[in-house]
Ligand binder design. Structure first.
Ligand code: PLP
Length: 430
């Protein structure tokens, strides 16, 4: 299997090289030259197939011959070794809970898969790889946990001081070892700009082998297909494929679901659930793609003004708007509606949704106003990661799960820097 750059100005490369590089040299994203078909027998027998076997059979063609089967199987199994339950709430609503991983966010699966792949690829490499990543919250924790103690890899995480939740901060500042956290006196946009500049700095890239760990990287993006296969495994009425609503920011998650669908997974329709950052909602309404500066909202992991993975969605459909809009709908949900929805879901179903899951529920609800099709919304984070929103909506807090209680007692280790590239560069070279 080879991957091309969506900018068509870089050589085609295999899974190994694309996973090490992250982004293509021409600044495009890597995309597989063909979308492999999922074995119809796997879809037919999915209920009696073990989770790890399902995931392995889906990811294997993407990895090609870059990882031996046995090793790829173990990597895959380890990346989903926690429950991914589909809960029926009633009235045709189902929650796919993706927050049972070590950092309570769905990004754990991709981060665990990618870190293990890199660990395998870099065995025996003399030069260490430095994973450099800016986080607005969830990515940092998932990357820290996924890459902790992976040989041959150093991780540097930039986060905006005072702008991530206490749980998120502890998750990325407590692992230590090969994980270093930089507390930046600035905004998330500052962190992102510093990281971007680092990737283009000649001196840094001469001294270090820098790569990124966001969903641009195929090894983080592609394993997200597992959620959709595992949801279908648990979907009771196989005669009616589900509508799936995905809270979307950088559009990596939903795009992975659409890849699985293009490979043959039964899904009736995808809904891109957006907050006020609605560039894709507007695109589907007007056929015009107009990125904007990100607006801060309650569902902050979706505060993205220019979603990186949207170009991959266009690739799946050969840039044909009609084909895309036959499969994808989108809704915009305001912060006020998000809080209302957290309350409504609690009252109607006794279920506590986090702000991201609430946006997805609301978008699904809007879609279902004109149809009785049953649907799934993705619960991408545990509500405890967003205590202020839950408190504002329900008037009560959320009980801390055990995994969080122990991390809250640990000591934060971070290095404070100003929001300038030169401070980042000095840190990386020292
Ligand atoms: C990252 C994240 C999202 C957005 O996922 P994308 O793949 O960037 O669209 C949604 N919810 C939560 C909780 C997240 O951490």
């Amino acid at each position: 299997m080879l991957y091309y750059s969506t900018n068509h100005n870089s050589p085609d490369i295999d899974f190994r090289e694309a996973a090490i590089r992250g982004q293509a040299p021409d600044k495009g994203l890597y995309f597989p030259k063909e979308i492999p078909a999922i074995d119809p027998a796997l879809i037919r027998d999915i209920e009696s197939t073990a989770d790890a076997d399902i995931a392995f059979r889906v990811i294997r063609p993407f990895a090609g011959d870059t990882i031996p089967d046995e090793i790829l199987y173990n990597i895959t199994k380890a990346s989903i070794d926690f429950p991914i339950p589909l809960l029926s709430l009633g009235e045709g609503y189902h929650s796919l809970e993706l927050f049972h991983g070590p950092t309570l966010a769905f990004k754990d699966v991709g981060a665990r898969f990618m870190s293990r792949c890199l660990g395998y690829f870099l065995q025996g490499n003399k030069k260490k790889v430095t994973v450099l990543v800016a986080t607005s919250g969830d990515t940092g924790g998932a990357v820290a946990s996924g890459f902790h103690n992976v040989e041959g890899v150093d991780v540097v995480i930039l986060y905006p001081s005072g702008k991530v939740s206490p749980v998120q901060e502890k998750q990325l500042t407590t692992p230590g070892g090969n994980i270093r956290a930089l507390e930046v006196e600035g905004s998330f946009d500052d962190c992102q700009a510093m990281v971007k500049q680092a990737f283009t700095d000649g001196q840094l890239n001469g001294d270090l082998f820098l790569t990124s760990a966001n969903s641009i990287n195929i090894a983080r993006w592609l394993p997200q297909q597992f959620y959709y296969l595992l949801a279908y495994k648990q979907w009771a009425d196989k005669s009616r494929a589900p509508v799936i609503s995905v809270p979307s920011g950088n559009f990596g998650n939903i795009c992975a679901g659409m890849m699985a669908h293009a490979g043959g997974l039964p899904v009736a329709r995808f809904i891109a659930a957006c907050n006020e950052n609605d560039v894709v909602t507007r695109y589907l309404d007007t056929e015009k793609y107009e990125p904007r500066k990100a607006i801060p909202t309650l569902s902050n992991a979706m505060d993205v003004g220019e979603p990186s993975n949207f170009v991959r969605i266009l690739e799946i459909f050969g840039h044909r708007f009609g084909d895309l809009s036959a499969v994808l709908s989108s809704s915009r949900v305001s912060d006020a509606q998000t809080l209302d929805t957290i309350r409504e879901v609690k009252q109607r179903f006794g279920y506590t949704a986090d702000p991201h899951g609430a946006v997805a529920f609301r978008a699904l609800q809007e879609f279902r106003e004109n149809t009785d099709m049953p649907g799934i919304f993705l619960e991408t984070a545990h509500p405890v990661k967003f205590p202020d929103a839950i408190e504002a909506a329900l008037g009560t807090g959320v009980e801390l799960p055990e995994a969080v209680r122990s991390i809250m007692a640990m000591e934060k280790k971070s290095t404070r820097i100003k929001a300038t590239f030169s401070e980042l560069k000095n840190f990386l070279l020292s």
